[in-house]
Design a protein around this ligand. Structure first.
Ligand SMILES: *Cc1c(COP(=O)(O)O)cnc(C)c1O
Length: 244
């Protein structure tokens, strides 16, 4: 295959994946009496090249997610150098010393889960951006904080801290279903905690939940944003999630 033929075969493959996935999302919305416009998709392109981002962008995908700062920053740079304009979401574990890099170009950070990260990200956002950086609190549903996320007993104080920061704008919550839980239990728990947080942060109405294996259930329980990797891009040779 020449390079051009390979690129066009890949674009066709991504177009087929996207069409099939959009049909599944539409079907899940119909069954749950939700409008498809209520559910937006982030294409998770970790471990896939910038060329795939450009293909998906040309097919109408506007939002992309990455979970490692170095890979994210260099891919975002490469895509933007090629003149393609997309929105980036940082969905992985974030270290304080990576906040400056991330705050300079991402449109949303999904993984705010501790006080020390709030101040680092706030300082970075004030230094790097004209407008506040939209963020989600990543909730730990089973309180196994090794895998990221704030446990239930601390999510309100973390929200209050974010609300007090000029550089950040609290938009909602994000979670990954614990490996050994039924998806129903995970996303019901998430919806409940999201509802409680809205009492102190009425604008925080984003519920980012659901990946390739469980997005249909996430839509059933009110997800407004879903994060899809394998369904759109194909299998990855990684060790699982969340990495980075
Ligand atoms: C990798 C990843 C995804 C996408 O996972 P798939 O199962 O490939 O859809 C979603 N969310 C997070 C936090 C991830 O790290």
């Amino acid at each position: 295959m020449t390079e051009d033929t390979a690129a066009s075969a890949r674009r066709t493959e991504l177009a087929d994946n996207l069409a099939r996935t959009q049909e599944q999302i539409a079907e899940a919305c119909r069954r749950n009496h939700r409008r498809p416009e209520e559910v937006s998709v982030i294409a998770v392109t970790k471990m896939f090249p910038a060329a795939d981002v450009r293909h998906l962008a040309s097919l109408g995908v506007t939002d992309f997610g990455e979970n490692r700062e170095q890979e994210s920053t260099s891919k975002a740079h490469e895509v933007s150098e090629s003149g393609v304009d997309v929105r980036w979401h940082f969905i992985g574990r974030l270290q304080r010393n990576k906040c400056r890099a991330v705050a300079s170009y991402v449109d949303m950070v999904h993984s705010v889960d501790r006080m020390s990260l709030v101040s680092a990200l706030d300082n970075a956002a004030i230094a790097q951006r004209e407008h506040a950086l939209p963020v989600l609190l990543q909730l730990s549903l089973d309180s196994d904080v090794k895998r990221g996320g704030v446990p239930a007993e601390h999510d309100e104080e973390l929200a209050v801290e974010v609300l007090a920061r000029k550089g950040l704008r609290l938009r909602g919550v994000m979670a990954v279903a614990p490996r050994d839980w039924q998806a129903e239990r995970a996303f019901e728990t998430l919806a409940d905690r999201a509802g409680r947080l809205r009492r102190i942060a009425p604008d925080a109405n984003v519920i980012c939940a659901g990946m390739s294996g469980d997005f249909v259930t996430a839509i059933e329980y009110g997800a407004t944003v879903i994060r899809l990797g394998a369904n759109l891009l194909g299998p990855r040779a990684d060790v699982g999630y969340p990495v980075g």
